[in-house]
Design a protein around this ligand. Structure first.
Ligand SMILES: NC(=O)C1=CN([C@@H]2O[C@H](COP(=O)(O)OP(=O)(O)OC[C@H]3O[C@@H](n4cnc5c(N)ncnc54)[C@H](OP(=O)(O)O)[C@@H]3O)[C@@H](O)[C@H]2O)C=CC1
Ligand SMILES: O=C(O)[C@@H]1CCC=N1
Length: 275
């Protein structure tokens, strides 16, 4: 605990280990939000992803070791299957001077702390809407992470969406719902747009209407405080169009399918943590 010094929110440098889709979404969101300047965000890559990160101002090194040496907050954003090797390789460079963060699905703090050799660690489960400032992120603190560390990470992730704190035992379910969930909704948007095309709409108009409709429905669910069943009833007129559509969805088991998707993804997250 002796080496734990507070990290200043204003001057903090964050580094991503793993220049993938999730790191890109967080990096873009953070820079666009203005919570940190682009010069304070870094990663490492030798391939095509270098250009992607450089396009929004991120400093891109050749080596992970350079990222660690030049960051106050190190965010591990590699796949679950490789994170152990990556953390173990970097372990000689890791100290409690840095706050370590993992956004990796299905890998527990207990293991991350053991591989890193210290427990100033925070686990975050974000989602890709971070890129446009509308993430849903959940955080849980490791053994040596301080209250100030938690506040710093809440501030950074709060700049790119909403942040909740939850016990780590809920992380598999959170992963199945809010981290994987954007993909379910993108699938739904695509299918709804196909439905519009099948009903005679031009493709571009159909996709625009489907996307804006989902945005509007989600905004109402978030901002009105009304239960979704009430909001649904407000749309469905007796003998009208909506109830005819809902009848088809219910006959096909729409709600059960969505529930099953979340439970299957949560189960997969749990399986990953056993590898
Ligand atoms: N995508 C999402 O919506 C979400 C993802 N997550 C979590 O975020 C993490 C990253 O996911 P995502 O960004 O989607 O995955 P990606 O596959 O897009 O990104 C992983 C990146 O890690 C890189 N990588 C692989 N090995 C190493 C290494 N040894 N050192 C440095 N980089 C390496 C890969 O590079 P290369 O391509 O060159 O191999 C790739 O760019 C995962 O653990 C996932 O569970 C969490 C919430 C949501
Ligand atoms: O599909 C995955 O494994 C990652 C974790 C949550 C979203 N994407």
């Amino acid at each position: 605990m002796a080496n734990i010094t507070p990290i200043s929110t204003e001057s903090c440098k964050i580094g991503f280990i793993g220049a993938g889709k999730m790191a890109e979404s967080i990096g873009r969101g953070v820079i666009n939000s203005g919570v940190l300047p682009a010069s304070n965000v870094r990663t490492a890559h030798l391939g095509l992803r270098r250009t992607v990160f450089e396009s929004f101002g991120t400093k891109v090194f050749d080596q992970n070791s350079q990222v660690v040496q030049d960051s106050d907050v190190v965010i591990f954003s590699v796949k679950s299957q490789v994170v152990k090797d990556v953390v173990l390789q970097l372990r000689p460079l890791l100290s409690e001077k840095q706050l370590l963060v993992s956004v990796v699905a299905g890998v527990k703090l207990k293991d991350l702390q053991e591989w890193a050799g210290h427990s100033r660690f925070i686990r975050v489960m974000p989602n890709t809407p971070a890129a446009v400032g509308v993430a849903a992120s959940v955080i849980t603190l490791g053994d040596a992470a301080t209250k100030e560390d938690g506040e710093l990470i809440s501030k950074i992730f709060g700049a790119i969406g909403k942040v909740w704190t939850a016990q780590e035992k809920l992380f598999d379910a959170i992963t199945g719902l809010s981290a994987s969930g954007p993909a379910y909704i993108f699938l739904a948007i695509e299918a709804l747009a196909d439905g519009g095309v099948a009903a005679g709409l031009p493709r571009e108009l159909s996709l625009g209407l489907a996307s804006q409709m989902v945005l509007g429905a989600a905004s109402m669910a978030v901002s009105t405080g009304k239960h979704p069943s009430q909001l649904k009833d407000d749309v469905a007129s007796p003998g009208g169009t909506t109830i005819a559509g809902i009848h088809e969805l219910e006959k096909a088991g729409f709600r059960g399918i969505l529930m099953n998707a979340v439970v299957a993804a949560a189960k997969r997250s749990q399986e990953l943590s056993m590898n």
